[in-house]
Write a protein that binds this ligand. Structure first.
Ligand code: 1PR
Length: 560
């Protein structure tokens, strides 16, 4: 008897388990239909895809028992997909939902914004008809919660009055309003992820779980209220701290940092061991520090994994596991996510590698080299998808939002843009005649993709790559720059603008941050959703708080 969690099989549920452990709640997993009778409280988390969630529930014989559990009046807390399954259907596919909330789940429109809706946004509570019954679901109206989804229950009281009486809070994205939490009877559900929403989210989870069972039941329908979109949504710009991890010459995993991707110490008066892998700290300790300092997301890149089978790379999985137990914001893991073959000849599809990272506590996986090869194949096939690439397979099992593509481009300068006859004329960026950097002055360049950590250039441009991976199902693009990496010269704004105008998915600017002002520049001068830095944070030259203060001073919305 007690608290049970439901995992439909590909729901990426480790983050919730870690949060509950940190809050001191004991729980069991639903293993089969009989466990629903033992559960007195049920939490159904899930980043993922509606279709695979419903399919997974049916395949494991859990669909109808779950419906019966909810109808029995026992407390239920659904998170993200665990909220969406309560509805009748989803635009994501033909499967029927549980049909408890009588309206469909729809896709966000992407004419005025990036989709997925990814990041920190507010949840505006609807006044309850009976405030006492709501004590355990009190949202902090001033807090930001973490969302990651392409589909939602749009707030439309005229079309769906009965369903909208479930609305417990409403959030605006672009010009669309949607139900960010639902509440009625014994059911509470959030579209956002409390387990990934820092302190505010953990408090919400803890309050709900600590309420006596009677308080979870019989919440009355909310009043129907009219709401209109404000001129702008309140989704914040995200600050991401990135740790490049690799084994040093002693075999320990360390956070390292390259200059233009070269991570070995150069000879010099202050350098004891020229040629050694630069060591900037331990990944788990640094991750904990960045969480405490207010990073909105963390990223761990296993930068040597392209040489090894990642499933053999147990130390890296142990790092991910330990980091995920101490940080409660989204965690992206990259490096070596591709189809591979173990030394004993066992084939390992990329989705299996990703699954190992998700089980260890990652929320998203980042794919580098393999995405380049996939787009080369896609281009050769006339842009007809065949469903075999890592991006497609992971996105279809875990949802697009779980797949980040990390691009490692390098500028290719063209001496005379007027006589350039290569294939990338339309993508050429033209340097200003008075550019401070003499390489740019009066010249033009295009951005070429590389693989294997920048070691090999491919005949593919960043625009081809970005548009190709979006077509394959990537949910976010991380734009590095070999030219700017570790230089502290600021983000490559031309590159970021080029990618932003080529795709609809969210984009993270990376490489080159040297001051807090560089973050102001990238958000003020481009529409990018997030900005990432490594070196300045590791060396404590600029703090995350300092970056956020500078952004706030310049009127850019960030999570405190
Ligand atoms: O190809 O799928 O195995 O993925 C490999 C991943 O490892 C890719 O995401 C690739 O970017 C990364 N990577 C590989 N080699 C290196 C290297 O440095 N030698 N890291 C490397 C480079 C850059 C960012 C860095 C930003 C910000 N990635 O990780 O954090 O440039 O740095 P800054 O703020 O100090 O300028 P696969």
């Amino acid at each position: 008897m007690g608290l049970f969690l439901l995992d439909y099989g590909a729901g990426n549920v480790q983050s919730l388990a870690n949060s509950l452990k940190s809050l001191g709640h004991e729980f069991e997993w639903i293993k089969d239909a009989a466990d629903f009778h033992k559960a007195t409280t049920l939490v159904f988390p899930g980043v993922g895809a509606f279709e695979s969630a419903i399919g997974g529930l049916h395949a494991r014989g859990l669909f109808e028992p779950l419906r019966q559990y909810i109808l029995s009046g026992k407390p239920y807390f659904g998170i993200c997909i665990g909220m969406q399954v309560l509805f009748q259907s989803s635009a994501e596919g033909p499967s029927k939902g549980l049909g408890i909330i009588p309206c469909p789940i729809e896709r966000f429109t992407d004419d005025d914004k990036a989709v997925p809706h990814m990041g920190w946004n507010v949840a505006d509570p609807i006044a309850s008809a009976s405030p006492a019954a709501d004590a355990s679901e009190e949202l902090d109206a001033a807090a930001y919660y973490y969302f990651v989804h392409s589909y939602c229950a749009k707030y439309n009281p005229e079309a769906h009055p009965a369903a909208m009486r479930w609305a417990h809070s409403i959030t605006q994205y672009g010009h669309e309003l949607f139900m960010s939490s639902a509440r009625q009877g014994n059911v509470f559900a959030t579209q956002f992820h409390p387990e990934k929403s820092g302190k505010a989210g953990l408090k919400l989870l803890d309050d709900w779980l600590r309420q006596p069972e009677s308080a979870h039941t019989h919440a009355p329908p909310a009043p129907l209220v009219a709401r209109f979109p404000a001129p702008a949504h309140r989704l914040t710009k995200r600050i991401v701290a990135c740790m490049d991890v690799r084994a040093n010459d002693q075999g320990d995993l360390v956070v390292t940092k390259g200059d233009q991707y070269d991570v070995r110490e150069k000879a010099g008066p202050a350098v004891a061991a020229a040629g050694a892998v630069r060591n900037l700290g331990k990944p788990v300790a640094l991750a904990a520090r960045y969480f405490a300092e207010g990073a909105d997301e963390l990223c761990l890149l296993n930068i040597t994994s392209f040489r090894h089978s990642p499933l053999q790379d147990q130390p890296m999985l142990a790092v991910v596991r330990a980091a995920a137990e101490t940080i409660f914001v989204p965690l992206t893991i990259g490096g070596g996510i591709k189809d591979s073959v173990d030394p004993d000849g066992t084939p390992r599809p990329a989705v299996e590698v990703a699954a190992a990272y998700f089980r260890a506590g990652a929320d998203k996986v980042s794919i580098g080299s393999d995405a380049v090869f996939a787009v080369e194949r896609l281009r050769a096939a006339g842009y007809v998808r065949d469903g075999t690439s890592a991006v497609e397979q992971i996105a279809s099992a875990y949802g697009n939002q779980a797949v980040v593509v990390s691009i490692d481009p390098r500028r290719v300068y063209v001496d005379d843009a007027a006589t350039y006859t290569g294939p990338y004329t339309a993508e050429l960026v033209h340097g200003a005649p008075d550019a401070a950097d003499e390489r740019e002055r009066g010249r033009a360049w295009w951005y070429q993709c590389t693989v294997s950590g920048g070691r090999e250039a491919r005949e593919l441009s960043v625009v081809e790559l970005a548009q190709g991976v979006e077509m394959l199902g990537a949910g976010e693009i991380l734009v590095n720059s070999i030219d700017r990496d570790g230089t502290g010269r600021g983000f490559d704004l031309d590159l970021v603008r080029l990618i932003k105008r080529s795709v609809k998915v969210p984009v993270v600017a990376s490489s080159g941050a040297g001051t807090a002002a560089h973050f102001v520049d990238v958000f003020a001068q481009t529409d990018v959703e997030a900005a990432l830095a490594a070196g300045i944070f590791h060396r404590e030259e600029v703090g995350i708080e300092e970056v956020k203060s500078a952004l706030k001073e310049n009127g850019i919305n960030v999570r405190a």
